[in-house]
Write a new protein. Sequence first.
Length: 214
Amino acid sequence: MKSVINAAARRNMDAVKEKMGQEALDKAAQAIRLRSEDMPTPPGLKAATAMPKALPSLGDAPDVTSPTGQPLANYLAAKRVGNLLYMSGVIAVDPAAKKVITSYDDLPAHARQELRSLGYDTGQLSVDVFEAPIVAQSWFVLSRIREIAQQHGAQMSDVFKLVQYFRDLRHYPAYNRVRQIFCPAGVVSTVVEVSGMLPSSEVLIEVEATAVLV
């Protein structure tokens, strides 16, 4: 949160510089310094202390996302409307590596441990080659939704609705088991089968979420 406030403060200062100009800003700083030292402010500096009124406040700071939660195109990862947080559909693409998640090797160690507790990530090639794509993508997508919720001050328990899009509904049972890790209390759910997803045919699932903020 401190980094968000600092970033917003820097944006405010940039806006001040743009509206006032560097020379006027220097005069304003000099006037403020003189006042703090109980010294009279020269007449030529008084006008420079009038700050522009139409400046962005900290409350105007845009939604912030981490590198893993960064949108893949020109849209918001999430937007707050009232006390609700609407999240854009999330797919299993690692923006740092610029690749679709397709195997257990693409996941962190703690994720693989969680999946092993469900009977996945067996180490048997003849099993994992079929299960890994949808299981790994399910974990990655739900983990990212949790990250985005946390960035806006919510927890996964505050996510009350999920809309899940599958290229093949036969993948739903595996996804549903993984979802229990993140939503043990259950959520309002909609499941839809679609013909394809961006950016490639390797993407098997997309999930959009809605959370309540308190």
